[in-house]
Design a protein around this ligand. Structure first.
Ligand code: PMP
Ligand code: GLN
Length: 400
């Protein structure tokens, strides 16, 4: 039997950290604050629409571009929230989650030897998609500041671009840091993209989860950027339907066409009854979207306060599902992956080592990500266990 079975393109990749940690939670009966999925159902209108679609017989292959009504709802959504106008027949493509949209974009546009500039920490599927395309990721570091914000140097971004760079891949709001790139940062990114004639792929799956009244700005809305930007999102985070895997890409026809070329050979299509249901979600009123983010903000604060109480230096996110901590602050000097493997035994909790998001482990080996997209009673129970395991007594345990 031959031994060289797996493609060398994926050498160095193992089971995803999310699968490993969810399996660890199930095996040890721990509270799972690892993989980012909500533990409550989303709006009943959306769920009922899926049930109704199945009953109505929406059970065969949808059209290759996606259900026309979902595509129309995506057009309406981009207009309603961002003032972006799209041609429903050429500038919108429904995909199997944002994951397939990303894979389609990377496989459909990259050649061997091309380079992709992206911000580190890096969501795991980006590097795999780039590797499968035979291209090379070139990271630009995001560094946490004293105020908890994550910062990059524009000079690092410019220096990362070479004559082989084809794509700049941006994730805003960002997983795992929860960073929301602000207008001045986006302007700097846009300038680099324009100066070097780069295609930009943006992953905006946390677009509706921006806290504290902050603003998500799609890069495609900046001057000169629509024509070079492929914008990706999905319904999973917005409607608590991560298992449905209904995503989409929008952008100029040439970019959508290139990504579609690869996408059609990955799944072709998926999730027929979940497509009209996601359209119902996209058309929900502002109350729904306001409630979504205000509930999650309460959960973010509950978790972040609790992690601080347990003694962790905590980076409170501006958006997303995730709170990152520095485990050195509780005296742990080893690797975050080892910390996370021990955490079920130490505290009955599962988290994700943010080191899994780093190409250069030295920058992230001390960072651990906790998911706050959970019921408050679940967060409270996890916090109690973390406090019991790690918090120092108020008097510092000093001897009397
Ligand atoms: N991009 C980012 C940044 C994510 O965190 C995730 C996972 N939730 C995805 C893409 C994948 O999205 P989907 O489940 O729609 O494939
Ligand atoms: N995006 C989710 C997270 O970051 C996980 C998705 C997955 O398991 N691939 O936790």
């Amino acid at each position: 039997m031959r031994t060289n079975i797996s493609t060398t393109k994926l050498a160095g990749f193992g089971t995803t950290i999310f699968a490993e940690m969810s399996e660890l939670a199930a095996r040890t009966g721990s509270i799972n604050l690892g993989q980012g999925f909500p533990d409550t159902d989303g709006p009943s209108e959306v769920l009922e629409a899926a049930v109704e679609a199945i009953r109505r017989g929406v059970n065969q292959y949808p059209p290759g571009l996606g259900d026309p009504d979902l595509r129309q709802a995506i057009v309406e959504h981009q207009r309603r929230w961002y003032g972006i106008e799209l041609d429903v027949d050429n500038e919108v493509l429904v995909t199997a989650g944002a994951t397939e949209a990303l894979a389609g974009a990377l496989l459909g546009m990259l050649d061997t030897g091309d380079e992709v500039v992206l911000f580190e920490p890096i969501y795991d599927s980006y590097r795999a998609g780039i590797a499968l395309a035979g291209a090379t990721p070139v990271p630009v570091l995001l560094t946490p500041q004293a105020d908890g914000r994550w910062h990059f140097d524009v000079s690092d971004l410019s220096a990362a671009v070479t004559d082989r760079t084809k794509i700049l891949l941006l994730n805003t709001p960002h997983n795992p840091t929860g960073k929301v790139f602000d207008r001045s940062e986006l302007e700097a990114i846009a300038q680099v993209a324009i100066d070097h004639d780069l295609i930009v792929v943006t992953d905006e799956v946390y677009e509706h989860l921006v806290f504290d009244g902050g603003e998500h700005i799609p890069l495609a809305t900046l001057p000169g950027m629509f024509e070079r930007t492929l914008t990706i999102s999905s319904g999973g985070k917005t409607f608590h339907t991560t298992g449905w895997k209904i995503g989409w890409m929008t952008g100029p026809a040439e970019l959508v066409k290139a990504a579609k070329l690869a996408k059609q050979f990955l799944t072709y299509v998926n999730g027929a009854p979940f497509q009209p249901a996601t359209a119902v979600g996209l058309r929900l009123g502002d109350d729904y979207f306001d409630g979504l983010v205000s509930d999650l903000q309460v959960a973010r604060d509950r978790l972040a306060d609790g992690l601080e109480r347990a003694g962790f230096t905590t980076y409170r996110p501006d958006a997303s599902y995730f709170v990152t901590v520095d485990v050195r602050s509780i005296g742990f000097t080893g690797d975050a992956t080892d910390f996370c493997r021990m955490l079920p035994e130490l505290a009955g909790v599962v988290a994700v080592p943010a080191s899994a998001f780093y190409m250069r482990p030295e920058h992230g080996s001390h960072l651990v990500r906790f998911a706050c997209c959970k019921r408050l009673d679940v967060i409270d129970a996890a916090v109690e266990q973390l406090v019991a395991a790690f918090a120092q007594p108020a008097d510092g345990g000093a001897m009397r």
